[in-house]
Design a protein around this ligand. Structure first.
Ligand code: ATP
Length: 250
């Protein structure tokens, strides 16, 4: 059981240029074992929201709870770039995030590498792997801490289209096997439709749409029903954005 509850969350950044409210009274609940994408235009606060969920950033008002059974859920973060330490082998990069002196750490690391199909790269250096392989290591590192909730911030946005497509398929397969609760940030609506059970759209600091995606899995971007739903969601998003930009009439 791992749920995430975002409760009346507001975030205002204060800088020399003034105040900017990026998130304004945002509330939603993410169900156990669900795959939820946060989408929205650049600068709408997706990363800020993920950072507040992870505890890296603090809310100005409101709260976030992540619960797994009767305890606080364990979280793991997958970044846009894998952020591997170049002077450590792949194995030692993953060992670095394990609790010190844990006798099972090595087994857990190898299991996580097995999960992403890169156990045979354990003794390699990050520079010996391709960008896509390094991102798979980033995903393995997150799995190696045995999280209840996986937070992913545009993990495939820096990769070429073919590698990203392969990794999306791989992630779906991994999620099917492990059924972690996933909160996935992307600005790519097609990616969100392909991967998610639910899409939460943010714009202007608010949740503007909350959609259930009930397509059969596994999905591919090229599946006709994924493509149709992507264009429907995009159109809806454009309508909402246009309505939001209209000056209010009295
Ligand atoms: N530490 C900070 N101090 C001041 N402003 C910030 C800070 N972090 C983010 N912001 C501002 O908050 C807004 C939202 O940023 P955020 O990175 O959350 O958006 P995003 O939706 O993830 O964008 P993108 O899709 O481009 O990554 C931006 O205008 C950004 O400049």
């Amino acid at each position: 059981m791992a749920t995430v509850t975002v409760d009346h969350l507001t975030k205002t950044f204060v800088s020399a240029g003034g105040e900017q409210t990026v998130l304004d009274d945002v509330s939603f609940e993410i169900a156990d074992r669900s795959f939820v994408s946060l989408v929205g235009p650049s600068g709408c606060g997706k990363t800020t929201l993920l950072n507040i969920i992870s505890g890296v950033e603090h809310a100005t008002r409101g709260s976030v709870r992540h619960v797994a059974g009767d305890h606080e859920a364990k979280l793991a973060y997958v970044f846009q770039e894998p952020r591997l330490l170049p002077w450590r082998t792949i194995h030692d990069n993953l060992m670095y995030v394990q609790p010190r002196g844990d006798a099972d750490a090595h087994d857990r690391v190898m299991e996580a590498l097995e999960l992403v199909g890169l156990a045979d790269s354990a003794r390699k250096w990050p520079s010996q792997l391709s960008g896509g392989q390094q991102q798979r290591i980033g995903i393995a590192r997150a799995f190696s801490v045995q999280p209840d909730v996986l937070l992913m911030d545009e993990p495939f946005s820096h990769l070429d289209a073919i590698t990203a497509r392969g990794l999306r398929e791989h992630l779906q397969e991994l999620w099917g096997r492990t059924r972690k609760t996933v909160v996935f940030v992307t600005h790519d609506v097609g990616e969100a439709v392909e991967l998610s059970d639910r899409i939460i759209m943010l714009a202007g600091g608010h949740v503007v749409e909350d959609l259930q995606i009930d397509l059969a899995r596994p999905r591919r971007a090229s599946d006709p029903d994924v493509a149709v739903l992507e264009s429907t969601v995009l159109r809806r998003f454009e309508e909402l954005e246009a309505a939001r930009r209209q000056p209010a009439t009295v």
